[in-house]
Design a protein around this ligand. Structure first.
Ligand SMILES: [Zn+2]
Length: 185
């Protein structure tokens, strides 16, 4: 089943940041992000984390012991990067520890790379490695928070000028333009 089929329409826009590690931070979290929580049990983890990596996952309750700290660390680091803040040592340690486990295994299937069925620990390693790749690249400086007041989603601005302000032009960008078209506030 494809990613889009697994995620309800209302939640699909959470998984369009351009990077799986950032999509993962949109599945919920602590403090202000608790209202976004989608992962209430293993079935949710299999559905949403499986969807954002396009893989079948075997999830169990014990996975939350690693999943939550990694998600919090990734959230801290990504939202810090969007503000120009360097990552905290404690968050880096959590990300590196997750990446040290074996990741999901890709295989070649009809000319395409697909991930084989795996465990949540493997998925978390794959997500942590994606974060390391992102944070060690120039795109680190292109991690943004959507400028729409009622949005708050992260995205990677891969545009050449690097002046993208919204997670989605179709949604947040168009609404902002309509507000501006009504005249100065
Ligand atoms: Zn937005």
């Amino acid at each position: 089943m494809s990613t889009s089929q697994r995620v309800p329409v209302a939640e699909r826009r959470r998984f369009r940041t351009g990077r799986p590690c950032l999509d993962f931070t949109h599945t919920g979290g602590e403090g202000p992000y608790a209202v976004w929580e989608l992962l209430h049990g293993p079935a949710d983890v299999a559905r949403y984390v499986g969807a954002l990596l396009d893989v079948e996952l075997d999830a169990v309750d014990a996975d939350f012991g690693e999943l939550r700290p990694l998600r919090t660390a990734l959230t801290n680091v990504a939202r810090g990067a969007a503000q120009g803040d360097p990552p905290a040592e404690a968050d880096i340690a959590v990300i590196n520890a997750a990446a040290a486990h074996a990741p999901l295994v890709p295989r070649l299937d009809n000319g395409e790379a697909v991930l084989g069925r795996g465990t949540v620990r493997q998925a978390l390693s794959t997500l942590a490695r994606d974060a390391i790749d992102l944070l060690a690249s120039p795109l680190r400086d292109r991690i943004r928070v959507c400028a729409a007041e009622d949005c708050g989603l992260l995205f990677v601005d891969a545009s050449r000028p690097g002046r993208r302000r919204w997670c989605s032009m179709q949604r947040c960008g168009d609404r902002a333009k309509k507000r501006n078209a009504r005249g100065p506030a």
